[in-house]
Design a protein around this ligand. Sequence first.
Ligand SMILES: [Zn+2]
Length: 197
Amino acid sequence: MTFPFADAPNTAALTCCHVMEGQKPILYVSHDEDDGMWQFLCGGQHETSEGRLVSLHEIFVQDPSVGELVYMPCGYHAEREAADAPWRIQKKDIEGVLHMAEIPHETGELRFRYTRRLSPDGTKWIRDGRFEEYCQNGNLVSEGYYEDGFEEGYWKDYHDNGNIAAEGVYSCGKEVGTWRFYDEQGRLEEEETYGDA
Ligand SMILES: [Zn+2]
């Protein structure tokens, strides 16, 4: 299995004794805003003495499903109800004031679903957090994250038939690193490398 994180496999990560000893599954993952530290916890309340320092690689071997979260930006956390339930990714700290927007196509099907918050002066909405756009057949057109109104982190675009059309990383609304573009059959058509990743 390929190690999927951008961080080195020996990067230190925080977990708890319950996860370490296999008593409980990982139900809470945090990618810390200040230092980029990953935390993989069982979801309960913890004393400092229950914390354990491990490598990202150890955690990934123990539970490869955390690989679904490799593109979760710093400042976000993910929770799930059980080891086989889907992750719910949310932005830290401002959860309470984030507003979920759902905007339909003219014909009624869902087109956009994203989180946003009001600007400090209350005059406009700023996209912040998860963003999804759908076509009328219900397939995803585009998915990724906004940070303070700008695209940030890993984004994917899709063809109407559901196959991936493009993938790459944004930083402050600009493409960075290598972007890959695919035709409708999912074949790689083009790679383009932008500024510093
Ligand atoms: Zn625990």
